[in-house]
Design a protein around this ligand. Sequence first.
Ligand SMILES: [Zn+2]
Length: 80
Amino acid sequence: MLTLPLHPIQVDADGERTCGTCLMRLPLTKFYKDGKDADGCDKYRRDCKDCYRKNRLMTRRAKRQPEPIEVKPKRRRSKK
Ligand SMILES: [Zn+2]
């Protein structure tokens, strides 16, 4: 039985890939490597470097939402 290697994200024969976010065809140098697949071939991230960076900035900004300022009541030291 022949098993054909199935790659969910195909690298085009000319070394280009379509970014999963901006849908631009970009050379592999525009993608970050993401380990290796079962065949030992380089895997690349779904998003191009630009999209990855934007994504990271967005998540970082989302995390940095200003928290409600908590007014901490000053503790009064009980005098004995
Ligand atoms: Zn992109």
